[in-house]
Design a protein. Structure first.
Ligand SMILES: *Cc1c(COP(=O)(O)O)cnc(C)c1O
Length: 383
């Protein structure tokens, strides 16, 4: 199978698939058909591209990190998703799926959110396009991310607290899928990353590939290394898609406490087979990361596949290195990035000058989001 093309029957090697209740199979098939038709329709593509430019602020710049490059003895180029509207790459996927929902005649968006970044992007697109939005969020995350709850409500979305299980993203995703079962006629389930049942991993990667396509065009020559953080894996998948057919090494950086590729085992979660953190009984384990966006026990199936092929490599970094990396980037370049994005920065800081990232390397790093949402966490000295 060609790498990072459309997966056949929704399978990426041994991973992917559509493991959902019988009642959701037709709904997933309808999304698949609608997306395939939309994605090959020049009018849909022009409409989406127009919004990405005039509303979301694309293309985002590729900024040379000149000071850090000098300090590290490499050439570091930052793909600035932190400058996209709503503060992260999430808007790329959300605008695409919200337009698709309208094209399918849906009037309501249902979404899950962890830290609230995806929920805010969904509430934003719903406001723009005249759709209703219902966002499921774990009650523990609601306590931790009150500002994003306020944002979503200000934008007109309904935020529904989820009190089951660990009261975080995993549980919110379960509830969002349940809500979709109850309202497949009117609602589109707008999943925020490259997980879930087919066609979501493929569709979300395609919608995020604008990151990699732009970065490739913005580089004078093919970089040696392309690096991005991996939670569910959407900003990394979108970035990798622009370079997978080149000689560039692809590096995904996981949170040490949520490293599904590095420490997980094959299993099914939220509708697809991938690598999942599990306990000895095969129960899904809790993730634990300072970055709420990486605090998830699973990972998109295409990353499991790219890892199995050896085409992409995955590394982990811990919370303390991440906090250190945010400060180092801020002081060297005047850019305060999100805790999630700082995982990729932390790996570069650690690896530069070692055999993993030799001196002189040209590196493209996707800065998936801005750090505003994380100031309370950092001020609290949480590390
Ligand atoms: C949600 C989020 C992530 C993690 O999601 P991916 O699907 O792995 O990209 C990373 N960075 C930021 C800023 C986020 O908001």
């Amino acid at each position: 199978m060609a790498v990072m093309t459309e997966p056949r029957h929704g399978r990426f090697g041994d991973f992917g698939g559509r493991y959902v209740p019988e009642s959701l199979i037709p709904a997933c098939a309808a999304v698949e058909e609608a997306f395939r038709s939309a994605w090959s329709d020049p009018l849909f593509r022009a409409h989406l591209d127009g919004l990405l430019v005039s509303y979301a602020g694309r293309p985002t710049p590729l900024t040379p990190a000149l000071n850090l490059s000098t300090q590290l003895g490499i050439t570091l180029l930052l793909k600035r998703e932190d400058l996209a509207h709503t503060g992260s790459h999430k808007i790329n996927n959300v605008l695409g799926q919200a337009l698709l929902a309208g094209r399918m005649g849906k009037t309501r968006l249902i979404a899950e959110t962890g830290a609230g970044q995806h929920g805010v992007a969904v509430a934003t697109a719903a406001a723009l396009l005249g759709l209703r939005a219902t966002v499921y969020m774990g009650s523990r995350d609601i306590e931790r991310q009150q500002l994003n709850v306020f944002r979503m409500e200000l934008l007109g979305a309904e935020v529904i607290p989820v009190t089951s299980g660990s009261r975080t993203l995993k549980d919110a995703t379960n509830e969002a899928m349940r809500a979709w079962v109850a309202d497949t006629d009117d609602a589109h389930f707008l999943l925020g990353s490259v997980g879930g049942p087919h066609p979501y991993p493929w569709m979300v990667r395609e919608l995020q590939s604008v990151i990699g396509d732009e970065a490739r065009q913005q580089c004078d020559s093919v970089p040696d290394v392309v690096v991005a953080c991996v939670g569910g894996g959407s900003n990394a998948a979108g970035t990798f898609a622009g370079f997978v057919d080149t000689t560039a090494r692809l590096i995904g950086v996981e949170a040490a406490g949520g490293a599904a590729i590095t420490n997980g085992a094959p299993g099914v979660v939220h509708g697809s087979r991938s690598l999942v953190l599990q306990d000895a009984e095969g129960q899904i384990a809790e993730a634990e990361s300072i970055a709420a966006g990486l605090d998830y026990p699973g990972v998109g199936p295409e990353h499991a596949y790219l890892s199995s092929l050896g085409r992409a490599e995955y590394r982990t970094v811990g919370d303390a290195e991440v906090v250190e990396a945010i400060g180092r980037l801020a002081r060297a370049e005047g850019i305060i990035c999100a805790l999630e994005s700082a995982h990729a920065v932390a790996w570069v800081l650690r690896a530069a000058g070692t055999p993993d990232l030799p001196a002189g390397s040209r590196v493209v790093l996707t800065l998936s989001g801005r750090g505003d949402k994380d100031m309370a966490t950092l001020r609290g000295g949480v590390a």
